[in-house]
Write a new protein. Structure first.
Length: 129
């Protein structure tokens, strides 16, 4: 498995862990880590893992199209929302803490970056064959 695929799976695992902690907090009567619905976040991380795992086995369109959709969805959704909250200092009350907001932004920003690298890498591989 390539380094990019490992990093994409790592993103899915870290994102899932963040959402699992958020669910555990809610079940104990505490606020979730962020404004993102943690169950929806877990589903998205499962989709990330599923799309990523198509690459080693079904190299090509599913991986590229899947990651392009994920980059668009995450970039304009989670990354933009977390960045806006942090940079404008608005809606920070929706996060358990400022570090939780930064962590949400960093996790999803990392995912968008490794997703983009994976797409470019796959396109490069396909174009050179």
């Amino acid at each position: 498995m390539s380094t990019v695929i490992i990093l994409q799976i790592l993103y899915a695992l870290v994102g899932a862990a963040y959402n699992a902690v958020s669910i555990a907090r809610v079940r104990r009567g505490r606020a979730p880590l962020s404004a993102t619905n943690p169950v929806k976040g877990l589903v998205i991380m499962a989709v990330v893992a599923g799309v990523t795992l198509t690459q080693p086995y079904v190299q090509g369109a599913i991986y590229i199209i899947g990651w392009l959709v994920l980059i668009w969805y995450l970039g304009r959704g989670a990354v933009a929302a977390h960045f806006k909250a942090i940079s404008s200092r608005q809606n920070l009350h929706l996060y358990a803490s400022l570090p939780a907001a930064y962590l949400a932004f960093l996790i999803n920003g990392f995912g968008v970056v490794v997703g983009g690298i994976g797409v470019l890498s796959m396109l490069g591989t396909l174009l050179h064959h």
